[in-house]
Design a binder for this molecule. Structure first.
Ligand code: WTA
Length: 628
């Protein structure tokens, strides 16, 4: 394969990687797909099964409310499960699963199909019908996959809330979606301890009157409070449920799920995805980027509670009929080599994880991976934040043994699937997500929406619609239009800053809005601030992200106390714990600074930028709007 000279540190794929790849002749394909986007996606859509065909691949008559595969009838679950049942995939392993304590399970496509049917019947018996919302609050156990698919099978909309969120965060999300049923588990193993999910769920449901029933999976066996009129044990309900259940035939644009993510305000955004386009987008990207083959053992180490888990643990691998691996617990439990032992034990071929995990392993040293045979690996992946070149090289050398290309995939909850990403045959540059996926057009623009020159920083935008795009914010079309399409007409504003180099490779710099990226988790400054202000001691709070060696960003909070409260080390500890209690342990501030006043504009807006500059000893920039 010939490449023109690329600039900087470049890693070329081996002949073997190129020859094995699902996509060949990538230069021609990039060119052709860019010029024929709708033909490209129509061809991809034909690789899957539809109950009836579309009239149009894309309907853009009501921008930015795009529709894909209009008037087609489909169900993503038909493609994830039903269609494999008359093939040899019926007996293929869909998931190898290992629990944190070391217990394990294997689930075939046939078994998963039966269990999803049964659980869909359970949901039906609890009154769930097409269009209803169902909240799922669980850890990484196979039943979370069953729960999601059972909802989708019926045309109900799942709303998965990450199991690390606390009571008010869960209650707020249930309330916003007006969910009818909550699916949870007794407890969840994490670092050898039990997180009592049912207890948190009980407290949340006490504040969320829309919930009629709570289905509880028994995972740990811890004691739980029981409300016999409301609560249902998963295993008991399943005993009598039939394993036959018809999959709802749905319009392609039927909502599949909502997933809450952080934005610039305290109220999380309910991203809405649909059956048809999301199905084609997620499956195609996984097939092309991670080159999924029939005998692969794919490990996406994310949590199903985030979009990465939705798209690449649950939907895309199942649609492709792939074998996945899922591990329940903490990466370093009981020792820092747990992950490497799992790769060896299950002979996993692809690992997809986040830079924060890689940095944490890097700190533990290469002796841990060196103890295990990692030669089954053939590809690696990264997602969630920019990967620093040092971590990239460590991952490449000590995990991939210099033979596994690293797919650094840039995307968002909103995009549903990879947007800027390599494919295995593309030369890589550590720290760059390389190029927009086939058909996509990304750009870096200035304040007025003009493309900037090579290597100049600007706003990252996407200039064409894509099949797995969010359709709206659930219940808030106006906010969707304003936030994503309002700044530059015709361009999707990603909220990230980026630059594009002289070879057309994109380098993501970070968020430009008030969104923090802590260990790859998206959190809004306003969410953390409102958590702090909900404490009786706090009058006002401002939160910023500062560089953190492992987490990428660490949260630093500046607070003004109410009269009658004194700053103290104890109060600092209490406030940190308070944030964990009302939002999530992942949102705990690294440090709290007690302030006499906060820098504000004359109109009263807190200038976080000034706090950030001061905390890092940097120039404060334009402070002309600063009060006094
Ligand atoms: C960041 C996660 C650089 C980015 C899939 C984006 C990345 C936000 C990358 C979305 C990457 C994600 N390189 N930055 N490969 N992947 N990001 O919605 O700031 O949880 O806007 O989706 O994570 O986070 P979200």
């Amino acid at each position: 394969m010939s490449h023109h000279e690329l600039h900087g540190e470049v890693y070329y794929p081996s002949e073997q990687v190129v020859q094995n790849a699902n996509v060949q002749n990538i230069d021609e394909l990039y060119q052709w797909a860019y010029e024929h986007p709708l033909e490209f996606w129509e061809q991809r859509a034909k690789e899957y099964e539809w109950y009836s065909k579309w009239d149009k691949v894309l309907d853009d008559s009501n921008k930015p409310f795009f529709k894909w595969f209009t008037n087609a009838q489909v169900n993503i679950v038909h493609n994830a499960l039903d269609r494999h049942q008359d093939t040899e995939r019926k007996n293929k392993i869909a998931y190898y699963w290992e629990g944190e304590p070391g217990d394990s399970r294997e689930i075939t496509y046939g078994e998963l199909y039966g269990e999803v049917n049964q659980f869909a019947n359970v949901l039906k018996s609890l009154g769930v019908v097409k269009g209803d919302r169902v909240t799922i609050y669980m850890g990484r156990i196979p039943e979370i996959v069953v729960a999601m698919l059972a909802c989708a099978k019926l045309g109900a909309i799942h709303s998965v809330v990450f199991g690390g969120f606390s009571v008010p965060a869960l209650a707020g999300r249930i309330d916003d979606s007006q969910s009818k049923v909550l699916i949870t588990q007794d407890g969840n193993w994490l670092n050898g301890k039990v997180i009592e999910l049912k207890k948190i769920a009980d407290e949340a449901v006490a504040q969320s009157p829309s919930i009629e029933h709570v289905v509880v999976v028994k995972r740990v066996g811890n004691n739980v409070n029981w409300n016999a009129a409301r609560d249902v044990w998963y295993h008991e309900a399943m005993e009598t449920a039939s394993a036959e259940c018809e999959t709802e035939k749905l319009d392609a644009e039927t909502p599949l799920y909502i997933l809450y993510t952080s934005g610039s305000t305290g109220k999380p955004k309910a991203i809405l995805h649909t059956h048809g386009g999301y199905m084609v987008g997620t499956a195609t990207t996984l097939k092309y980027v991670f080159d999924i083959q029939e005998n692969d053992r794919w490990w996406c180490a994310a949590d199903p509670g985030w979009v990465t888990g939705h798209s690449y643990i649950v939907y895309a691998p199942l649609i492709l009929g792939a074998t996945s691996f899922m591990y329940e617990g903490a990466p370093m439990f009981p020792a820092p080599d747990r992950w490497w032992s799992l790769i060896d034990k299950y002979k996993l071929t692809i690992l997809y994880t986040a830079p924060t995990a890689i940095r944490a392993f890097m700190r533990q040293g290469e002796a841990h991976p060196a103890k295990h045979d990692l030669s089954s690996l053939r590809l690696l992946g990264s997602v969630g934040e920019p990967i620093n070149p040092e971590a990239w090289r460590w991952y490449f050398k000590h995990i991939g043994h210099e033979k596994c290309p690293i797919m650094d995939t840039w995307w968002q909850t909103e995009t549903g699937a990879f947007m800027i990403t390599p494919v295995p045959a593309l030369p890589l540059k550590p720290g760059s997500g390389t190029k927009p996926f086939f058909t996509y057009e990304a750009d870096v623009v200035n304040e007025v929406g003009e493309s900037v020159a090579a290597n100049e920083e600007g706003y990252l935008v996407l200039k064409r619609p894509w099949p797995s795009m969010l359709r709206t914010l659930y219940g808030d079309d106006e906010r969707y239009e304003r936030l994503y399409w309002g700044k530059y007409p015709g361009m999707y504003l990603a909220g990230d800053s980026a630059r594009r180099d002289e070879d057309g490779y994109f380098w993501i710099i970070g968020r430009v809005d008030d969104v923090l990226n802590v260990s790859g988790h998206r959190l809004g400054t306003a969410e953390v601030e409102s958590a702090l202000v909900s404490n009786a001691a706090v009058a006002e709070a401002a939160v910023i992200g500062l560089p953190h060696e492992i987490k990428g960003q660490g949260i630093h909070a500046f607070v003004l106390l109410r009269a009658g409260y004194q700053e103290s080390e104890q109060l600092e500890k209490d406030l940190v714990q308070h944030v964990a209690n009302v939002l999530s342990p992942i949102a705990k501030p690294e440090k709290i600074y007690f302030m006499a006043k906060l820098p504000k504009t004359r109109s009263g807006k807190i200038m976080r930028r000034v706090l950030k500059a001061r905390a890092q000893g940097l120039p404060e920039g334009d402070t002309s709007t600063l009060e006094e």
